[in-house]
Design a binder for this molecule. Structure first.
Ligand code: NA7
Length: 541
């Protein structure tokens, strides 16, 4: 099928990251002729594109992997939080084990998708002019694909090396002895600082909002340790679907004011020592709802962090007395020695809130105080048009020929975070209005991949030709999410969870907020009776 010939598929999956590969596996298990189109040269999705030093996953072993037995039984990770090279090797292992390699076409970018009313099939065009048709179109193009390049004046005049974190040269970049800048301190910027501070002669961090980073507690993992736990992997994986965040961390169900200060401090020390996202996901049940509870968490965090920084000015910037935003309403990074790196003499902070970037010049960056900071290399860790950018950037047209980008301009509309009005037989995985960024990625992906396969199987069993989200169901799904959001502290923060990191993008909660277990249950119930769907049977077509 890798020829220039016109081909007809049962299903086309767009994207070769975790979401695409898992869905391909599920659809091929149903006996469908399913294929992947992937923009990159290899599998991995974000792990294919993100090659900056220190790029690693923030979900710990064993949660961030396929739960398919054939894949995990012979695979062991080297660290609790695996790095990007190891993740890419893992994708090769998974695709080989599941025998999927012959069904993936790389360097193939989808630029337009139209639904043909006569054949009831999608017609998909690629950047190279290729066209395929498919009965089912599955978009698994990722939450962090469309890079955000802020419009800094004069950036084209800069003569040094300019890199976006998701666009590093394959051979890497040698920072040793260089004068380097990093703009942005989201999860990516925090990871980069920890590596580059140890290599560059000097590193300047342009900081707009400090990251309320949590302790990672990285450690090596032996095969013996993992093999021992494999006996209960199936139980562990089942548990990931039964909890809110897709990892088995549970709040003890109490609100903060139901416990004594002593009990609280004991619990917080324990969560802190555990590392990963334990501190914000296994905390008191009101931590994302109650400002006072969240403020106390921040105070605990700040005391821990300040004890690790000697330089008072730096302390004031990365751990200010007043919280920059409620803890957890922006994606916290996980860090090992970030604050020690920030404290190094060769690391300098520029506080963009008081001294913004005026423009780029040939030698580097000029700040508003008139100082020109000279750099060999500038790294943009400025993030993505997250969660929706990949879905609205592939020329996906609805039945009226209107692009999804237009349709979602005034707000995202999906039913169950997987289907959308006007887009029959189109399914989304790792998508807007699903638990996507607020859950362990692979848990969300497997739940959605299973649900997509269930929907298609049910369609076959019931002789259904098309299913399509009803507009009123999509309105309700969106309204329910925004209503839930209003109960939380999320709206107080301009985060990419809220679509608020991209100028001009509609500000709204982009994630389903009731947790993975509820999400799966609600979706299953709706699919069972096709609630919220327009269903067309073959005979009627
Ligand atoms: P993020 O989390 O969007 O972080 C981007 C960072 O870049 C953040 O600190 C921003 O500051 C900063 N930024 C963005 N635009 C500008 C401008 N114009 N000037 C200065 N600073 C700017 O992206 P990441 O790549 O770190 O993380 C993406 C997610 O991918 C990650 O959480 C994982 O889930 C996977 P701000 O906070 O807006 O003040």
């Amino acid at each position: 099928w890798r020829t220039d010939q016109f081909i007809e598929l049962d299903a086309l999956v767009v994207g070769g990251g975790f979401g695409g590969l898992y869905t391909l596996y599920k659809l091929r298990q149903l006996g469908l002729d399913a294929k992947i189109f992937e923009a990159g040269k290899a599998l991995g999705g974000v792990w294919h594109w993100n090659r900056y030093p220190g790029a690693r996953v923030d979900s710990e072993v064993p949660y961030y992997q396929f739960t398919v037995r054939e894949v995990w039984k012979d695979w062991n990770w080297s660290e609790r939080f695996p790095g990007h090279e190891e993740l890419r090797r893992y994708f090769e292992h998974a695709a080989k084990t599941l025998d999927l390699n012959d069904h993936i076409q790389f360097e193939t970018i989808v630029v337009e998708c139209n639904f043909d009313e006569t054949s009831k099939r999608w017609s998909v065009k690629t950047a190279s002019g290729r066209e395929v048709t498919c009965r089912y179109l599955i978009v698994a193009a990722g939450s962090s694909y469309k890079k955000h390049y802020p419009e800094f004046p004069g950036i084209e005049d800069y003569k040094g090396v300019l890199l976006h974190s998701a666009d590093f040269p394959e051979e890497g970049h040698y920072f040793k002895g260089e004068s380097t800048a990093v703009i942005g301190q989201g999860s990516t910027g925090v990871q980069i600082v920890q590596e580059v501070a140890k290599q560059a002669s000097d590193l300047t961090v342009f900081l707009r909002t400090p990251n309320i980073a949590l302790p990672m507690r990285q450690r090596p993992m032996s095969a013996a340790e993992q093999n021992q736990y494999k006996a209960i992997y199936e139980t562990i994986f089942a548990a990931t679907r039964k909890c809110f965040f897709g990892v088995p961390y549970w709040s003890d169900g109490k609100a903060l004011d139901e416990v004594s200060e002593e009990e609280r401090m004991t619990r917080w020390e324990e969560l802190w020592a555990r590392g990963a996202f334990a501190f914000n996901t296994a905390n008191y049940r009101d931590c994302m709802f109650n400002q006072k509870t969240n403020d106390l968490m921040y105070e605990f965090w700040r005391n821990k962090v300040c004890a690790r920084i000697k330089d008072q000015a730096k302390k004031d910037l990365v751990a200010p007395e007043k919280p920059p935003h409620p803890l957890g309403t922006k994606r916290p990074s996980l860090e090992q020695d970030y604050y020690e790196c920030i404290d190094q003499d060769n690391v300098h902070l520029v506080d963009l809130k008081n001294n913004g970037i005026k423009r780029f010049v040939a030698e580097g960056v000029e700040t508003e105080d008139g100082i020109v900071h000279k750099f060999d290399t500038v790294v943009l860790a400025t993030g993505y048009d997250a969660i929706t950018g990949s879905f609205t950037g592939m020329g996906l047209k609805d039945r009226q020929g209107v692009d999804l980008r237009e349709r979602w301009k005034e707000g995202v509309k999906t039913h169950l975070g997987m289907t959308a009005p006007g887009l029959p037989n189109m399914f989304m995985v790792y998508s807007p209005q699903a638990p996507t960024a607020l859950s362990n990625g692979t848990t969300t992906i497997e739940v959605q991949g299973d649900l997509v396969a269930d929907m298609i199987k049910k369609m076959h069993e019931e002789g259904i030709e098309t299913i399509e989200a009803r507009p009123e169901a999509a309105d309700k799904w969106a309204a329910d999410i925004q209503e839930m959001n209003e109960q939380t502290l999320f709206p107080l923060t301009n985060s990419w969870y809220m679509g608020a990191n991209i100028p001009g993008k509609k500000r709204e909660q982009l994630n389903y907020l009731a947790g993975i277990e509820t999400y799966e249950r609600v979706c299953k119930e709706a699919i069972e009776s096709w609630s919220g769907f327009e269903v067309t049977k073959k005979a009627e077509a």
